[in-house]
Design a protein around this ligand. Structure first.
Ligand SMILES: Cc1cc2nc3c(=O)[nH]c(=O)nc-3n(C[C@H](O)[C@H](O)[C@H](O)COP(=O)(O)OP(=O)(O)OC[C@H]3O[C@@H](n4cnc5c(N)ncnc54)[C@H](O)[C@@H]3O)c2cc1C
Ligand SMILES: *[C@@H]1O[C@H](CO)[C@@H](O)[C@H](O)[C@H]1NC(C)=O
Ligand SMILES: *[C@@H]1O[C@H](CO)[C@@H](O)[C@H](O)[C@H]1NC(C)=O
Ligand SMILES: *[C@@H]1O[C@H](CO)[C@@H](O)[C@H](O)[C@H]1NC(C)=O
Ligand SMILES: *[C@@H]1O[C@H](CO)[C@@H](O)[C@H](O)[C@H]1NC(C)=O
Ligand SMILES: *[C@@H]1O[C@H](CO)[C@@H](O)[C@H](O)[C@H]1NC(C)=O
Ligand SMILES: *[C@@H]1O[C@H](CO)[C@@H](O)[C@H](O)[C@H]1NC(C)=O
Ligand SMILES: *[C@@H]1O[C@H](CO)[C@@H](O)[C@H](O)[C@H]1NC(C)=O
Ligand SMILES: *[C@@H]1O[C@H](CO)[C@@H](O)[C@H](O)[C@H]1NC(C)=O
Length: 668
């Protein structure tokens, strides 16, 4: 039955393909149609109705709409499951629903040659068969090349651009299975295989391509992933046997000096889903405005970052990045392209701002507010224990810094620090203290009591702060945050949001401080952000974790290991992170939560940790908008109904295994 359904689809596709393009069948041979020959089929939307206030980008005007489908139907191309929009209230009609997502070895239904070929033609030659980034280092993909391999090896961990420019490379290779990495990353590797990398990707630049991919995945019950930059620390942008929508090339940026939407009137940007931090900040700088975005240079701003909430060096002034979205263009699980805003599909709009990526739809663009140009002062310093600095002095300094977290965020600053003891000495780095709307004098004044404490502890000679002052955000950010290192398979992280209340009670502050120190003393690495995304000017109701609004510290803890460590030992360290450090941090912050984009891969009760009391509404919306579970990602809303069938280091779900409905998994 599946086979005949598939055959029917293929024949319909072939028919359609020839209707759409006269040039597809030449001398009885199917030849690739380029985008210009396929384009007319999807330019039909131009001028059709949309609730968007901003103009659609050219690629967004290429859409499947009810009118297009009606015309296709009148051409006799009826019942085309690749195109129709099913009614979410009627499931599973028109779908192939199984316990597990279709896997490439399920040859009956996985897109075979003809389907893939026609799908590619309709996409305008945009289907990519995965070749792992490091494949030139191996023979399996027919592209072995010692020179290329040397280049990839040299750049692998220090050049995130090579990864974000690749269709499938991801940061969290541990969960991918490290099945194709340079020998510096895994000296024992002998072969290169896909592992959890998706089988095929759509290099999407139009809405129609996104729609076709979603329809194909839904109708053939394929695992669907969305990769933007691949930064996600929980491997949410990869999956074995999947069809991937690669949004990286959706790079359009449009500035509106006077944008009006709802009660907002002011400057705004419309940005495609593939725009990265550095591109967004450059565009804003060129227009002499500032936008709220991440610190990481190559992180995608309008993808997983804003969908997950998005904290920023500007958060103590402006809140979360998701608070400043005015509208989004999004393709939902039924294949429709719609505008989500306060007035158009407001429930979906609420959920998309903080509810997490890969859950409710594929965003093709967002309109976000822009703010006036600002000055910034920064300060960096560090301290290492040694001959002149005792551990006691070290921790007194850290305690003195912690003392005034509330005052610092009230003044609008953000500070980013790390503490470790991995080298045998304690090391503290302020990297950096970022003070928007301030000059050096104001930052010095704000931190004067801290520097007085440093003097009292006797550390003045060991701690020389370095100050900088900038007249715009861009230069301050660019000089303060180096290009990110790319992921390694030698670490795992967790995190916790520590509330303001912990600073309003001396006992709780001591407990908080001890909880942080506990992790460092147990061999962990701590990265902390003193920020408070709870601006005086308020924030809209959206799906951002309520714990963020109380927080003045977002702390990340990480456990690291070395390549030659025994698996059993790694497993122990991995458990220490989740089952020892995690409880210690939770005990010091009862009722708070964690940030979904920088959290433990196996966060206990992730639903309430990431979304607090908003979870029930998010889950309800997931059931209404995506009853097929087209979208899935580790720890995403609704993901508790599914499970991976394989594991890494005991209890970490491997993305390199089958995805099945909970309780139906073939392997345990
Ligand atoms: C070096 C580094 C620095 C970081 N700095 C910050 C920071 O300052 N502040 C902060 O809040 N976070 C930060 N993060 C975390 C970051 O927000 C997340 O990793 C986020 O998931 C990145 O989104 P992405 O789209 O770039 O990555 P991807 O891994 O490509 O995608 C992340 C998730 O979003 C989904 N997704 C992506 N695009 C879309 C789309 N168009 N529609 C629907 N779903 C989509 C993906 O499927 C996946 O589930 C940082 C991470 C790293 C590694
Ligand atoms: C549908 O076909 C009719 C007749 O050819 C045409 O006028 C109309 O523009 C088409 N509609 C769409 C949305 O393409
Ligand atoms: C869709 O499913 C419903 C309920 O399962 C069933 O009653 C209906 O006949 C189905 N419709 C089609 C077109 O298959
Ligand atoms: C990464 O390191 C290599 C080798 O040290 C160097 O040649 C290259 O320029 C670095 N790349 C970046 C982006 O820093
Ligand atoms: C993806 O599409 C873009 C835009 O059409 C093109 O420039 C790029 O080369 C494509 N990338 C790959 C890997 O196919
Ligand atoms: C931005 O400011 C600079 C310096 O004041 C000015 O030269 C430039 O014209 C401004 N650009 C825009 C787009 O307003
Ligand atoms: C516009 O928004 C309204 C209100 O949510 C909705 O009913 C309507 O279907 C939307 N129209 C389009 C074209 O999306
Ligand atoms: C801590 O911060 C310093 C200064 O920015 C940086 O050089 C170092 O790599 C960071 N350490 C860790 C482990 O992140
Ligand atoms: C210096 O800080 C104090 C309080 O810490 C504040 O009252 C005063 O206004 C600040 N002075 C300047 C010049 O910023």
């Amino acid at each position: 039955m599946f086979a005949s359904a598939l055959l029917r689809v293929s024949i319909q596709l072939l028919l359609l393909a020839s209707v759409l393009s006269q040039t597809i069948i030449v001398n009885n041979q199917v030849v690739p149609a380029d985008e210009s020959t396929i384009a007319p089929a999807f330019s039909l939307l131009e001028g059709s109705s949309s609730n968007s206030t901003a103009d659609l980008f050219p690629g967004e005007r290429r859409q499947l709409t009810d009118d297009v489908i009606a015309n296709l139907t009148s051409l006799g191309l009826t019942n085309m499951i690749l195109f129709n929009f099913p009614d979410p209230a009627i499931v599973p009609n028109g779908s192939i629903i199984g316990d597990c997502k279709t896997f490439p070895d399920d040859t009956v239904v996985f897109p075979g040659f003809i389907t893939s070929r026609v799908f590619d033609l309709l996409l305008g030659g945009k289907l990519i068969q995965t070749k792992p980034l490091a494949s030139p280092c191996y023979s399996e993909y027919g592209n072995q090349d010692a020179g290329k391999c040397a280049e990839i090896t040299a750049e692998w961990s220090n050049d995130s651009y090579i990864h974000t420019n690749d269709p499938t490379s991801i940061n969290a290779i541990l969960y991918q299975g490290t099945t194709c990495v340079p020998h510096t990353v895994n000296p024992y590797a002998e072969t290169c295989s896909l592992g959890a990398y998706p089988t095929i990707s759509v290099n999407a630049t139009t809405t129609a391509q996104v729609q076709l991919a979603i329809n194909l995945a839904r109708n053939l019950n394929l695992r669907l992933v969305i990769k933007n930059t691949g930064h996600d620390l929980s491997a949410k942008s990869t999956g074995a046997g999947a069809l991937s929508i690669w949004t990286h090339n959706m790079k359009d940026i449009q500035f509106y000096e006077d944008y009006e939407e709802g009660s907002y009137k002011g400057p705004a940007f419309k940005m495609g889903a593939g725009v990265q931090t550095f591109e967004a900040y450059q565009a804003a700088n060129k227009e002499n405005v500032t936008i709220v975005g991440p610190e990481g240079k190559t992180v995608g701003i309008t993808g997983g970052y804003i969908l997950g909430g998005g904290h920023s060096p500007l958060s103590s002034i402006y809140g979360m990045a998701a608070d400043h979205v005015l509208s989004m263009e999004v393709v939902t699980a039924d294949g429709r392209s719609i505008t989500a805003s306060e007035t158009s599909y407001p429930d979906l709009f609420w959920a998309l701002r903080g509810g997490g990526g890969s859950t409710y739809g594929v965003v093709t663009s967002m309109v976000i507010k822009a703010f006036p140009k600002m000055s910034v002062a920064t300060m960096t310093f560090s301290l290492t224990t040694g001959r002149t600095v005792s551990p006691d002095q070290f921790w007194q300094m850290v305690r003195a810094y912690f003392e005034d977290f509330i005052k610092y965020t009230d003044a609008g600053t953000y500070s980013y620090f790390n503490i470790s003891a991995l080298s045998g000495n304690y090391i503290f780095n302020m990297a950096p203290w970022f003070a928007p709307n301030m000059g050096i004098d104001e930052l010095k004044n704000l931190t004067a009591p801290f520097w007085k404490a440093v003097e009292d502890i006797g550390l003045t000679a060991d701690m020389q702060p370095v100050y900088h002052e900038y007249d715009n955000f861009y230069d301050a950010w660019d000089n303060s945050f180096p290009l990110e290192a790319w992921g390694s398979n030698l670490l795992r992280q967790g995190s916790r949001l520590f509330p303001r209340a912990n600073w309003q009670d001396p006992v709780k502050l001591s407990d908080t401080f001890q909880a942080i120190r506990y992790v460092v003393d147990s061999g962990g690495l701590v990265m902390g952000y003193n920020l408070a995304p709870n601006p005086k000017s308020g924030y809209p109701d959206n799906a951002v974790n309520p714990a963020w609004r109380e927080a003045v510290l977002h702390a990340i803890d990480a456990v690291t290991w070395t390549q030659d460590m025994y698996t059993e030992l790694i497993q122990i360290w991995s458990s220490v992170l989740t089952f020892d450090w995690g409880p210690v941090w939770r005990a010091a912050s009862p009722g708070s939560g964690a940030y979904l984009s920088e959290a433990d891969y196996i966060e206990p009760d992730f639903q309430h940790s990431f979304w607090g009391d908003k979870y029930e509404r998010l889950y309800q919306l997931k059931k209404e908008l995506d009853p097929w579970d087209v979208f899935y990602a580790q720890n995403a809303v609704g993901s508790e109904d599914w499970e991976m069938s394989g594991f890494v280091f005991g209890d970490l779900p491997s993305q390199n295994s089958k995805l099945c409905r909970k309780g139906t998994s073939p392997v345990h």
